[in-house]
Write a protein that binds this ligand. Structure first.
Ligand code: HEC
Ligand code: HEC
Ligand code: HEC
Ligand code: HEC
Ligand code: HEC
Length: 229
């Protein structure tokens, strides 16, 4: 009994609610788009904000060193601490011996200096500095070729650390073990400044630009051994 009733109802109603139905369809289409947008935002949030945070572990430097203060005190600028040895090799990160003349005893009331003197100078222990620009062991890099021969400035590869008032945290990629300064700050590898990343392509791009003979011919197997040991 009810079935026939319903059927007649349906038949009579089909003509009129066509409008309603289509607006219902629109509404559900709207929901699908809304869910899509919410999903997209959520995945962008995870991909661009959460994931990079999880991907990198942050470590603070053992001592917070202030380049700016020291540049006002030392006599030979950067070379007071980062210099070429007689054999042409680069001294790199300074050793305690280069600090001790001035920091045998605490100079001021600075907390960082107090930590430095108590933990390292007094114990005659080298500071285990974390090197932002560290490349994997298979890579050969010489400061002499770049700084002395080619005359490239520190800032081109390292950014403005020489003028900084504190050392940023060292960020290590949990999967690859690379420093974030090598791997790059942007997820797509996009860079604004030449020092934003220093992967193989970044070395090679400059070599190409500056026409470094052997390494620009990257198709030849020999070319690999310019930068690889
Ligand atoms: C030519 C002298 C001189 C040399 C060399 C020197 N320092 Fe200093 N350093 C100073 C003076 C002066 C201050 C300021 C003292 C203060 O006000 O606390 C200072 C401050 C500091 C501070 C605290 C300031 C801050 O907040 O960063 C640290 C840490 C420090 N030095 C570490 C080092 C280390 C590490 C080396 C070696 C790589 C070194 N210094 C080499 C003179 C020197
Ligand atoms: C008084 C000593 C001192 C002087 C002078 C000094 N530095 Fe440093 N520098 C340090 C110490 C200590 C570090 C910490 C090591 C680290 O970051 O791994 C450092 C780190 C650096 C690094 C980071 C290396 C890396 O990848 O971790 C760069 C680049 C650098 N200095 C450049 C400069 C430049 C450019 C100047 C001159 C404008 C300069 N420094 C002057 C002591 C000095
Ligand atoms: C062409 C790029 C380039 C230029 C220019 C350059 N560096 Fe570097 N620097 C590097 C790379 C790459 C490394 C890492 C080397 C490695 O891990 O084998 C490095 C490493 C360092 C380190 C850490 C070395 C260590 O003990 O492990 C210091 C300190 C440093 N550079 C300071 C300087 C200073 C100061 C200048 C300017 C006088 C300079 N660099 C110029 C690319 C450059
Ligand atoms: C800003 C430009 C620039 C960047 C960045 C750069 N280089 Fe170079 N590189 C040069 C120039 C210019 C020379 C040639 C110097 C000379 O005339 O001896 C050179 C030479 C070299 C040499 C010696 C090559 C030879 O033929 O003897 C090696 C090794 C090298 N670079 C490795 C690297 C590595 C590894 C990186 C990246 C971590 C790098 N370079 C990044 C400009 C650059
Ligand atoms: C201009 C210098 C340069 C040249 C030339 C070069 N490489 Fe590299 N290569 C690097 C640097 C710097 C790294 C470390 C950063 C990175 O992984 O991008 C690297 C990393 C690598 C890695 C990854 C190693 C690891 O531990 O993850 C491989 C594989 C590699 N290179 C192969 C090659 C081959 C094959 C060639 C020759 C076709 C070559 N490279 C030529 C600079 C160079």
């Amino acid at each position: 009994m009810s079935t026939s009733d319903d059927q007649t109802k349906e038949v009579t109603e089909t003509s009129s609610p066509a409008k309603e139905e289509s607006s219902q369809e629109n509404a559900s289409g709207g929901f699908i788009i809304l869910f899509f947008i919410i999903g997209l935002i959520a995945s962008l949030f995870v991909g661009w904000i959460i994931f990079p945070k999880l991907l990198y572990s942050k470590k603070n430097q053992p001592v917070n060193f202030n380049h700016d203060i020291h540049m006002g005190i030392v006599e030979d600028g950067c070379e007071s601490c980062h210099f070429f040895r007689e054999d042409g090799s680069y001294s790199g990160v300074p050793k305690l011996a280069q600090c001790i003349d001035c920091h045998e005893e605490v100079q001021g009331e600075n907390e960082n200096e107090a930590i430095f003197v108590a933990q390292y100078v007094e114990k005659q222990k080298e500071v285990p500095w974390l090197v932002y620009s560290r490349q994997p062991d298979c890579v050969f890099f010489s400061h002499a070729a770049h700084v002395k021969t080619a005359g490239i400035e520190c800032v081109q590869c390292h950014g403005h650390i020489g003028e900084s008032t504190n050392l940023k945290a060292y960020e290590e990629n949990r999967i690859t073990g690379y420093s974030r300064d090598i791997w790059g700050k942007n997820m797509l590898g996009y860079k604004k400044n030449p020092w934003d990343r220093m992967k193989m392509d970044d070395c090679a791009d400059c070599h190409k630009e500056m026409k470094v003979a052997k390494s620009s011919a990257q198709t030849k197997k020999d070319a690999c051994f310019v930068c690889h040991k």
